[in-house]
Design a protein around this ligand. Structure first.
Ligand code: FAD
Length: 408
């Protein structure tokens, strides 16, 4: 039996961040990470297309939490303690400079996730964290004041235990056996599969500012929309997939969306089309894209409105005008499934947030059991927010976990 003061199960983003901070806050503690893989930080490596979108340039806690479909309420307190600005400072203090991109996403200036991995490995070594690879956790037992862990390579005992295993159903099962409840895991951050003539053969086309609603629900979002080979993607869709993760799973990813491509009301659109009918009378409708829409999308929507290739603005009849306004402002598409978003995907679901004390990230059911990262029922939209959850939780838990004196 190997004995440690602190064991962190899971050598991912949250696990490394917690271990390094604990060991730095209290160098007397013997700290280990148990990682099932032959390497750790695999998601960090592939994150952000290999660039690692570390955090987001949003510095107001009450605004930052709005990016978390699950965890909004619970993260407000923690973000007052450790959030984006602290993350930037933490990395800067360790020689890693981050940069802000136009959309607010933050990356290391090297544009390489390896910079983050190297930083973590160096810090872990500097503070004597034992990183035990190929150690998969099999069972957890709570015996008086100790946590006993069975792994694929022997048994361990520790005073304080952090679970940072991400979205692993086997670990959630072990936690259920300890009395925790697990909110049903479902995918979040996915793109919509749509087969429809209006978006066929125009992959890569982007409408910059659309509004999308899921028909018969309160779900809606806005932002850029990208037409792909199989359907629709980009923030307007990804936000819906995150905020609607549970509802859309219930519908088995078979539902309708209503897209307003120009973010104007139907009535305003009709008025504008009537003006265009006069102003552009002799021009063909198909060739005169309006509302700053990409040409190829405009053409698809025009053809879907029973307007032919040659029709001139002056010749548009009432029903064609109405149909065009309808296609522009309330086009209904049938979503028939989902696809993985290439840069980032997360799982909604995990340890029930009511069972966690968010002042310390300690379990409310068991003393000296802590959680951080995706193991919790917290997830965010794309943009660096998922990592920020891992950093904040891990840091705050580390403050608490490092308090105790070493037993050696
Ligand atoms: C392709 C991709 C790209 C992403 N890009 C971004 C991005 O740019 N920005 C962002 O904010 N978020 C991004 N995310 C989401 C982000 O990666 C996760 O939210 C984050 O990694 C969660 O950290 P974690 O430490 O909780 O879990 P993980 O990083 O998943 O780490 C969990 C660790 O626990 C280990 N483990 C699991 N079970 C056991 C066991 N039984 N015993 C021992 N060890 C175990 C795993 O091997 C793993 O190393 C991306 C996700 C994906 C899939």
């Amino acid at each position: 039996m190997k004995i440690y003061d602190v064991i962190i199960v899971g050598g991912g983003a949250a696990g490394f961040f917690a271990a390094i901070n604990i060991a730095e806050f209290n160098p007397k503690l013997k700290v280990a990470i148990l990682e099932r893989g032959k390497e750790g930080l695999q998601k960090v490596k592939i994150s952000g297309g290999g660039r690692c979108n570390v955090t987001h340039a949003e510095f107001i806690p009450s605004e930052l939490v709005l990016n978390y479909p699950r965890g909004e309420k619970e993260l407000l307190g923690p973000f007052h303690q450790f959030m984006t600005g602290d993350t930037i400072q933490w990395f800067e203090d360790r020689g890693v400079e981050l940069k802000i991109e136009e959309d607010g996403r933050m990356f290391p200036i090297t544009d390489s996730s390896q910079t983050i991995i190297d930083c973590f490995l160096n810090e872990a070594q500097k503070f004597d964290v034992d990183i035990l690879y190929n150690h998969a956790l099999k069972s957890i037992k709570h015996l008086e004041t100790k946590w006993n862990l069975e792994t694929s390579q022997g048994d361990f005992s520790t005073n304080k235990l952090m679970m940072a295993t991400g979205s692993n159903p086997k670990i959630w099962k072990l936690l259920e056996d300890l009395g925790h409840t697990i909110s049903q895991p479902v995918p979040s951050l996915f793109t919509f599969d749509i087969k429809d003539e209006r978006i066929k053969d125009i992959p890569g086309v982007v409408a910059l500012n659309v509004e999308v609603k899921v028909v018969d629900t309160d779900l809606w979002s806005e932002g850029p929309l990208l037409i792909t080979h199989v359907g629709m993607s980009a923030p307007a869709i990804l936000k819906l997939s995150a905020f609607g993760a549970i509802e859309l799973a219930k519908r088995n990813y078979d539902f309708e969306i209503e897209v307003n491509f120009i973010k104007q009301s139907y009535d305003d659109c009709i008025e504008q089309l009537k003006n265009l009918k006069q102003d552009l009378a002799k021009k063909t409708v198909l060739k005169s894209a309006q509302f700053e829409l990409p040409k190829r999308l405009w053409q698809k929507l025009v053809l879907a409105s029973q307007i032919t290739n040659e029709t001139r603005w002056a010749d548009l009849n009432k029903s064609q005008l109405e149909e065009l306004a309808s296609q522009l402002t309330q086009a209904v598409f049938h979503v028939i499934g989902k696809s993985t978003f290439k840069e980032e995907f997360v799982t909604a679901g995990g340890v029930n947030l009511k069972e966690v004390n968010f002042k310390t990230f300690e379990s409310r059911l068991h003393e000296n059991l802590y959680f951080a990262g995706e193991i919790l029922n917290i997830d965010a939209i794309t943009g660096g927010f998922n990592f920020q959850n891992a950093w904040s939780g891990a840091y705050i838990a580390a403050l608490e976990m490092s308090k105790e004196n070493a037993q050696h």
